[in-house]
Design a protein around this ligand. Structure first.
Ligand SMILES: Cc1cc2nc3c(=O)[nH]c(=O)nc-3n(C[C@H](O)[C@H](O)[C@H](O)COP(=O)(O)OP(=O)(O)OC[C@H]3O[C@@H](n4cnc5c(N)ncnc54)[C@H](O)[C@@H]3O)c2cc1C
Length: 390
């Protein structure tokens, strides 16, 4: 097959799987390596936005994702029982005017299935331990079963997550900083007084808490919150206290914590997404707050657009498409990181005066249809379609 062995993909998280499947669809099979024995099986990112559903459609993943997820047409910002603003997706100009809630392990399983159905595979457990740009080609050193081997390719793509070895080997700075707060997330079974067609963002002086429906029964929800301190493995009681302090005043009861995790977040963007023959996609290129649920989405969109740019570069022998891709996706990544940073800082204000001002501003935005629509387009990531050569 054309392009075989010309592209090496390091990492088979959602970004690497989407890249591998789209390359395969375009007739550009790649070698895809992951150091883990098998894919991760935790729920992590649960939000899939409209633009991601659009770009995954040609490879045939979208219908399967929708079958497995919960369709949510509304994000609502609240202060305890008071509604501050509603962001509706129903009027967006997309075949998918909603947000889909689906755990990341299910998204990854669907992408892997697409990749395999198209005829590709992930090679595991292979760890890339070093890379070298040789000018006319790129070299990767791989470790498998304790043995080292070397592989040459035309292009090497780091889909290897926030602690990317590819980024480090290419000496690309990861610019930004860290949030003081920790984030906790929990998948719970609970009674909840708000309809399951809504993702609720509660703004409070104690911090932000987001509650979203998960597939399963009517009792399944995801809770994400900012916290100053929490044990490494949060317990049901931690989420109980968070909702008591910040959620609706009554009508809810947590019955069971199914999965909980704590993480410390950074907001960083790689200085460039390309250095010679090495490219960066997904968390390797940008990490940010989960406000808006855009992390995994931006990574998948980077990946699908990169497949088109690589196909054009290998077919024509000219790298103009890759230059455009790097410029455009870098701009998108910077914009997503600064947007989610502003939302996170605004949501976690503690000064009562600033908090009142914030609630007033959100109230105004919620009543200006144009502003509300622009926010919905931005969250759905359909405001930068022109950046994806698709
Ligand atoms: C606990 C937790 C909760 C999260 N919650 C949310 C959320 O609510 N919303 C949201 O938007 N995002 C969330 N995220 C972030 C989201 O999971 C990431 O944005 C997403 O996984 C990024 O996908 P990726 O494919 O770019 O990288 P990753 O998913 O990190 O995948 C990287 C892959 O590369 C492999 N790899 C790494 N180094 C090498 C190497 N040297 N050789 C071979 N293989 C290698 C790894 O094994 C891994 O499979 C969360 C993350 C965590 C950890």
């Amino acid at each position: 097959m054309k392009g075989y062995k010309e592209i090496v993909v390091v990492g088979a998280g959602p970004s690497g799987l989407a890249l591998g499947a789209e390359l395969q669809r375009l007739g550009m099979a790649a070698r895809i390596f992951d150091r883990q024995e098998e894919g991760a099986n935790t729920s992590r990112a649960v939000v899939v936005h409209a633009r991601t559903l659009e770009v995954l459609e040609p490879m045939g993943a979208t219908a399967e994702l929708i079958r497995n997820g919960v369709v949510v047409p509304v994000f609502r910002m609240r202060d305890r029982n008071k509604i501050l603003a509603t962001v509706g997706f129903k009027d967006l100009d997309t075949p998918y005017p909603f947000t889909l809630m689906i755990p990341q392990d299910r998204t990854e399983a669907i992408l892997l299935h697409r990749l395999q159905s198209l005829g590709a595979k992930v090679e595991r457990p292979y760890e890339v331990v070093a890379t070298r740009d040789l000018g006319e080609s790129v070299e990767a050193q791989l470790k498998h079963d304790g043995e080292l081997s070397t592989l040459r390719a035309q292009w090497l793509v780091g889909c290897d997550g926030a602690h990317s070895l590819v980024r480090e080997q290419a000496a690309i700075p990861f610019e930004g900083g860290a949030y003081e707060e920790n984030f906790v997330l929990g998948d719970v079974e609970m009674d909840w007084p708000i309809e399951r067609e809504e993702v609720s963002l509660f703004f409070s002086e104690k911090g932000l808490v987001v509650v979203a429906p998960l597939p399963g029964t009517k009792f399944h929800f995801r809770i994400v919150a900012t916290v100053d301190r929490v044990a490494e493995t949060p317990q049901a009681a931690d989420f109980q206290h968070i909702l008591e302090d910040r959620g609706p005043k009554k009508g809810w009861a947590i019955h069971r914590l199914l999965w909980g995790s704590r993480f410390h977040l950074q907001h960083r963007v790689a200085k460039t997404l390309r250095h010679g023959r090495m490219l960066l996609v997904g968390d390797a290129a940008h990490v940010h707050s989960p406000a808006g649920g855009q992390g995994m989405n931006t990574g998948i969109q980077d990946a699908v657009s990169l497949a088109g740019a690589l196909e054009s570069t290998i077919r024509t022998g000219q790298d103009d498409a890759l230059k455009d891709w790097q410029e455009q996706r870098h701009e998108v990544a910077s914009s997503v990181v600064s947007f989610t940073d502003r939302v996170t800082r605004m949501a976690t204000l503690s000064s009562p005066a600033l908090k009142s001002l914030r609630n007033a501003v959100i109230g105004i935005i919620g009543h200006v249809p144009l502003a509300q629509h622009a926010l919905a387009e931005r969250l759905a990531e359909i405001d930068h379609r022109e950046f994806v050569n698709h």
